[in-house]
Design a protein around this ligand. Sequence first.
Ligand SMILES: *[C@@H]1O[C@H](CO)[C@@H](O)[C@H](O)[C@H]1NC(C)=O
Ligand SMILES: *[C@@H]1O[C@H](CO)[C@@H](O)[C@H](O)[C@H]1NC(C)=O
Ligand SMILES: *[C@@H]1O[C@H](CO)[C@@H](O)[C@H](O)[C@H]1NC(C)=O
Length: 399
Amino acid sequence: MGILHRSSVIKRPIDSMRVILTTFVGVFLGFLIGISFPLLSLTKLGVPPGLVLKVDQMYNTDMKSGGSSQTPENVAFDRRSGSGELNGSSEIWVPSNPRGAERLAPGIVAADSDFYLHRLWGDPNEDLPRKPNYLVTFTVGYNQRDNIDKAVKKFSENFTILLFHYDGRTTEWDDFEWSKRAIHVSARKQSKWWYAKRFLHPDIVAPYDYIFVWDEDLGVENFDAEEYIKLVRKHGLEISQPGLEPVKGLAWQMTKKQDGLEVHKHTVEKAGWCTGPNMPPCAAFVEIMAPVFSRTAWRCVWYMIQNDLIHGWGLDFAVRKCVEPAHEKIGVVDAQWIVHQGLPSLGSQGETEVGKAPWQGVRERCKKEWTMFLSRLANAEKAYFKSLENHHSNISVPL
Ligand SMILES: *[C@@H]1O[C@H](CO)[C@@H](O)[C@H](O)[C@H]1NC(C)=O
Ligand SMILES: *[C@@H]1O[C@H](CO)[C@@H](O)[C@H](O)[C@H]1NC(C)=O
Ligand SMILES: *[C@@H]1O[C@H](CO)[C@@H](O)[C@H](O)[C@H]1NC(C)=O
């Protein structure tokens, strides 16, 4: 495409002739190669040669008229299944396949995905020189770009970087060199947990050992992601966060950085705050601003995120239900610590109601969600145990 555009600005006739000739030869060669390869391979797979030619023409027209992602191969297979030529397909039934895909041979089922960027040409097997095994997501507005730039630089090339944009500004980020290898997801005025529920399905983030679901206002001067992961592995933490630099007004003892430790899993809180030494917020607890999940823990936590409760309040007290024993597998990494800067961010993106600042409306919504989440959780567990009781009593009823 780029070549065609450039040729139109060339003025000298001889150059134009040369370009036209080159283009013609190129297209012709491409056509020959294009028809011979699919002919060889597709006909072996039982596609009639006439259909291959037709598909190849469609493909050429398609590319000239602006391009699309359809390749001759998948068009051909669409056609085949449509005309019922795929003999035997109706006889496949594999109950262990993902729900809805039982009619497919297991060998063709791609149940998981990833965020790896592919190129549009060449051998697919050679697209990815490296497959990052960690994922970091930030929920960002453009105003916080310098802070995010600093943060991203603390994550090595072993991380896939995924930005959720709540202010609709994405292209401006390309001023940063790393932006071109990052994934940008844009949806206006949504919260971190809204994005997480929609774009971090466990099957989509399956290749990543650890998933960082972070806010945008974290100071990372004393943090290194690779070192962090080494400690998390060493201490067997399935859910963790970096210690927070102690500042005035810090909400919880548990997430406060403790000097001279690599990791801590327990703390002492004000009298009456914890129902037991292994219970939040004394243990089995991290905050929702900078959590890090192992693949297994995330597969559980994702299911607990409610679609309508977008602020995530209450999750911090509930994630312990996803790991066992929670007080050993949830902890705070003191040796790699961060600063919660508390900058105005998404909170200032609320709607102004009569007589209230936007952040007040957001804050009230957060609290409301917290109570809704806690009561849903309590009701769900009550209903579950009740159903167990019924089940047991039904069984014990003599016939
Ligand atoms: C599918 O192929 C088998 C032989 O391999 C044949 O017996 C059967 O009739 C074919 N079924 C259809 C629907 O064409
Ligand atoms: C990335 O991961 C590889 C394999 O685990 C490791 O050898 C390498 O040191 C990591 N890169 C950095 C910058 O730590
Ligand atoms: C047990 O019995 C109750 C009432 O008879 C019924 O509502 C419930 O569905 C039964 N539970 C199971 C697991 O069969």
